[in-house]
Design a protein around this ligand. Structure first.
Ligand code: DAH
Length: 380
């Protein structure tokens, strides 16, 4: 059957249109277009050209471009509806064409948007007032406990002590039994702590003395360690005591270590920590893991021993417990007390930090209030 005249006319229009196409795809399509969808094809082609050639200037025009091609009521939408009028065999190509237009519009808009942003940024940069005051960075500061602890550790490191860090979740043996504090020992009462719900054997260590047992069972003498760390006790929290605090433990085991060695070591520490004129005083005391045991006071560095609140007008401040390692502790840890001897000491950090920085409430050290912590920015 020959095509009608009307059809021929349409076909010709189509053909002319196709010739004008730059892209081969449409040319091929248009070649085959038989009838009424011509308009829709033509419109898309025009839109494609429009997208390609559009050169919106400024944010407003870019927005206009977006609304026209990508907005909720964009111009491509009604064209989609036209697909009904496209012959079946060309529906796919028609759809593809619309998608192409959409993709190109998206691409173009993205480029335009970035250009806009860059332009806005450089416009802003051009307006930077270099004389305006800057925004100060909030510098962090060391925690007073960390400052005190670091000072103590470095004093001992200078005379050959090595840092030993150990677990805070400890077992009963290392925390108590090995340290000569068996289950029925009354000294345990003073160090009540937190136990794991599923095992009475596992607890939060009550002192850094547990590190002594850890080190002595895993290293051979000579041993010369300093063990800083956090410890826990079941204490009611108040201005003076807390359920968590820090200690530094010291342990020196070798052949022929004497009480005189201990005294001189601690005297050196006291002068390094609290000034060259500091004096020390050892008072007899009791600890299950040392024999003999002592408590050490330093001459009050606040009032120079003249009498003040800190030393309670005694001229002395207690800072640590110490003693010769009990032979039973050496035996418990597999070290022969006939061959080796040693001394140990343990001190609390918070109390010393509080004295050094005149802090009157221990809770301040655990609240992380930056108004408090900021005051230590200048301290090292
Ligand atoms: N562990 C003791 C406490 O927490 C302190 C202490 C005393 C440690 C004497 C020692 C020592 O190593 O010899 O109270």
């Amino acid at each position: 059957m020959y095509p009608s005249l009307h059809f021929m006319k349409l076909y010709k229009i189509c053909y002319t249109f196709a010739q004008r196409l730059e892209k081969g795809l449409l040319a091929a399509l248009a070649d085959k277009i038989p009838c009424m969808s011509l308009d829709a094809f033509q419109q898309i082609q025009h839109l494609l050209e429009e997208i390609e050639q559009a050169q919106p200037q400024g944010a407003e025009e870019v927005e206009q471009f977006r609304l026209r091609f990508l907005g909720t009521k964009n111009i491509l939408k009604p064209l989609m509806g036209e697909i009904r009028n496209v012959p079946n065999e060309q529906k796919r190509e028609f759809g593809q064409l619309i998608n192409t237009a959409k993709e190109r519009a998206e691409l173009k808009y993205e480029v335009l948007r970035r250009d806009q942003e860059a332009a806005a940024e450089s416009a802003q940069a051009a307006h930077i007032d270099l004389t305006a005051p800057g925004e100060p960075l909030d510098l962090g500061s060391r925690h007073p406990v960390a400052i005190t602890l670091n000072r103590i550790v470095s004093i001992f490191e200078r005379i050959g002590f090595v840092v030993a860090e150990e677990r805070e979740i400890e077992d009963d043996w290392h925390n108590f039994t090995a340290m000569n504090t068996p289950e029925d020992h009354p000294a345990r009462d003073m160090q009540d702590t937190y136990y794991m719900r599923n095992s009475a054997e596992i607890l939060l260590r009550t002192h850094t003395s547990s590190v002594q047992a850890r080190v002595m069972t895993s290293q051979k003498p000579p041993i010369r360690i300093i063990a800083p760390g956090r410890v826990y006790r079941n204490e009611t929290i108040s201005a003076r005591s807390h359920c968590q605090f820090h200690q530094v433990e010291g342990l020196y085991i070798d052949k022929g270590v004497s009480f005189a060695d201990m005294k001189q070591t601690l005297y050196y520490f006291a002068r390094e920590m609290y000034g060259p004129d500091t004096r020390i005083r050892l008072r007899p005391s009791f600890f299950p893991f040392t024999e003999p045991s002592a408590e050490m006071d330093v001459s009050c560095f606040i009032c120079n021993s003249k009498g003040c609140n800190v030393c309670k007008y005694s001229g002395w401040v207690e800072i640590l417990g110490c003693g010769m390692v009990d032979p039973q502790v050496l035996l418990n840890c597999g070290i022969d007390p006939e061959v080796y001897s040693g001394f140990a000491f343990g001190m609390g950090i918070e109390r010393q930090a509080m004295m050094l920085y005149t802090i009157t409430d221990i809770r301040l050290l655990f609240e992380n209030d930056t108004r408090f912590l900021k005051q230590f920015g200048a301290a090292l």
